[in-house]
Unconditional design. Structure first.
Length: 232
């Protein structure tokens, strides 16, 4: 059991790293269930996997000044609605309600992670992991926002394959990732005014995140190394 205790110690010391790994695994797993029915066993398993992400996110934010009770207040309904959304096969209005609550929860988590990174002038290993975790949390947030938009305004997004269909979760997550990274490689395109506005807001937010958060962490890291050399 020594390896298990060591693993728990690493996870406890690096909650942001654990959150990042889980988010990246989620991206890979969605590829295997994207074409299955909304109430399939695979989607249920992935919903439970999403619950693990919620728990990890709460663990990360709890270490910040952000109020824990607020995370629970938003996180518990997010978990419940994840299960309800699967049970009703993503039927409206439950799917839209679930999307809106998930946007609120991931927005809360995003703010908590940003406060975590900006809380002090020392750069820890977990704060480095938090750069990636914050980025993936933002990707999830905007993907849920896109899902909510197409729930309110059907046909908000089109794609090369079946242009008139509602976009799947993986397609929206792909759009969010390509928009956030500014690669512009997505074949999913916003065609309605509201959708285009949301995409533009994400583009601006992604640019600001890279300019402010990443540069600050890198700058603090350089200053720490410089101070270490001067002391030696």
């Amino acid at each position: 059991m020594a390896w298990w205790r060591r693993t728990l110690a690493v996870l406890k010391a690096n909650p942001s790293g654990a959150l990042l790994v889980v988010q990246l695994l989620g991206i890979l797993l969605y590829a295997f269930v994207d074409d299955t029915p909304a109430n399939s066993i695979g989607r249920l398993a992935l919903s439970l996997f999403g619950m693990l992400v919620v728990i990890l996110a709460l663990a990360v934010v709890r270490a910040t000044p952000t109020y824990t009770w607020l995370g629970v207040l938003i996180g518990v309904p997010a978990v419940i609605l994840t299960i309800v959304d699967w049970a009703v096969a993503a039927a409206q209005p439950w799917h839209l309600i679930s999307d809106v609550v998930h946007v609120a929860f991931y927005g809360y988590t995003l703010v908590g992670l940003l406060r975590y990174m900006f809380a002090d002038e020392e750069v820890t290993q977990d704060e480095i992991w938090a750069i990636g975790a914050t980025f993936t949390v933002a990707v999830w947030l905007w993907a849920y926002a896109y899902s909510a938009v197409q729930g309110v305004v059907p046909g908000s997004f089109t794609a090369a394959v079946d242009p008139l269909a509602q976009r799947t979760w993986l397609e929206l997550l792909f759009l969010s990732t390509t928009t956030m990274t500014s690669t512009g490689l997505s074949d999913v395109v916003p065609v309605k005014p509201v959708a285009r506005s949301i995409v533009m807001v994400q583009q601006i937010a992604g640019m600001l995140y890279l300019a402010v958060a990443v540069s600050r962490i890198v700058g603090l890291t350089i200053n720490r190394r410089r101070a270490t050399r001067e002391d030696s």
